[in-house]
Design a protein around this ligand. Sequence first.
Ligand code: NAD
Length: 519
Amino acid sequence: MPFVNEKTYQRYLSEGREEEFHRLFEEGLERMELGREYPLLLREEVRLQNKFEVRSPINNSLVVGVFQRGDQSNVKEALRLAKESYREWSQSDWRERVELTVKVAEEMRRNKYLLAATITYENGKNRFESVAEVDETIDYFNYYAQLLEENRGYVRPMEGRTMRGEEGVSVMRPFGPWLIISPFNFPLAITATMTLGAVITGNTAVVKPSSDTPLSAYRLVDMMLRAGFPKGVVTYVTCPGEEVSKVLDHDLEVAGFAFTGSREVGHALLKRFIELRPRPAVLELGGKNPTVVTSKADMRKAVEGTFRGAFGFGGQKCSATSRVFVESPVYGEFIKQLKARVEKAVIGDPRKRETFLGPLINRSALDKFRRFVDQAQSDGGRILTGGRVREDKETYLVEPTVIVDLPYSSPLWKRELFVPILLVKEVKDLKEAVELANDVDYGLTAGIFSQDQEEVRYFFDHVQAGVVYANREVGSTTGAMPGVQPFGGWKDSGWTGRNAGGPYYLLSFLREQARTTYQ
Ligand code: NAD
């Protein structure tokens, strides 16, 4: 059965119900109950002495919620529960797990706009991107349920025999409790793919969200528990990163570790984790994603796709387009049209329907933006457009920025910036473009604009990235959908080689047991 994606906005649009979409999102904003306190979710709800406030990047006088400041003892308690509940959960029927998963997807659909509003308040995503993230989350639930079903719980009789009376079955089995650590930029979808990847396959999961965005993860775990996932199978702990890493470093009860975040943190944690004992880990890390525009490109698509890929959610996507290599004959025209497109972008409060670009996540991202713009200039680059911070003490608005003429010796060509800064370079041909595209440690996504099939094939065959697109107008390197574009990175952008939302993802959370019986 082909997988069907949620695609809310496109559906409303095609049915001529755009106004209803906007009304529903605005109702979601009203349901938020800003300032409420949220507990840890262990066997019971737990409230601690130490707490922290999460303020919205939209306006830092808005308190999104008050959360418990846990420490390693709370992570250990969650782990103890995860170990206890693993005994029964790992023996549960996969059909039961599929059923629960589909129930959560339905519950999420019912609460779609509250979840989307939560993302907008937590990390400043505009409404289209927030609803798309909830859609992606629902897709993960439905897709992994379908995958487990199609694979009959990954139980497969073996056809080979070496003697009469021999019967073999391959059974994929879980490992035990997993620690899940998620980033701020997809606080719902990415927390969901890792958490569900673990528990739908019979593992248990302790979820530690980003301290900038703990509410989306709270709602996720809360909905899973309400739908019937047993207590302890999934738990939720808010604490500083260092507290959870102390447990990773020292506790052999952690059977597996799933992390999405920066390369620096991910690599450091992984090394320490496997030093104690080699164990499975799922890592999705940063990117420095290239787009190539050849002289055979449809210029309108190339400009729109690059603009959306680079500046959707302010470049704060691991898949954001951050480098563009343009063939000489069309370079002048491309940057002229790109500049005009970028200058039309509406920057402001992401709760408003016309806003394309909301604030950066926090002050340190704003400082980073300033530093990189200065560095681009001192390294010899020129600002084609943007470069300024919108001075406002209560939020973190910056202009989408395009840098040209930056000498290739600048370290900015290789470093993930994670703010809305795009570097554009003229190249002599496709071969040079692909060489430069590959000249980084990362290998997450990549895009090309060319109407020539031979060029597209050359690009796909030679570019080093886990997700590649040709002529994608909705975002040259961004916007992967579960069941359509499995999402994961090569080189320093990943670890397992099995992409999220794809046919092999769940295998990262499983180990094979070959069972043979003799008559
Ligand atoms: P980050 O690495 O700063 O943080 C990620 C998570 O790790 C957070 O929960 C954080 O609290 C935790 N953490 C930080 N330091 C820690 C420590 N010392 N010990 C234990 N935990 C620690 O990343 P971020 O800023 O939240 O997210 C942005 C990064 O994530 C970018 O590099 C982006 O490319 C990457 N990302 C990758 C993907 C992907 O699928 N490849 C998706 C989204 C984001």
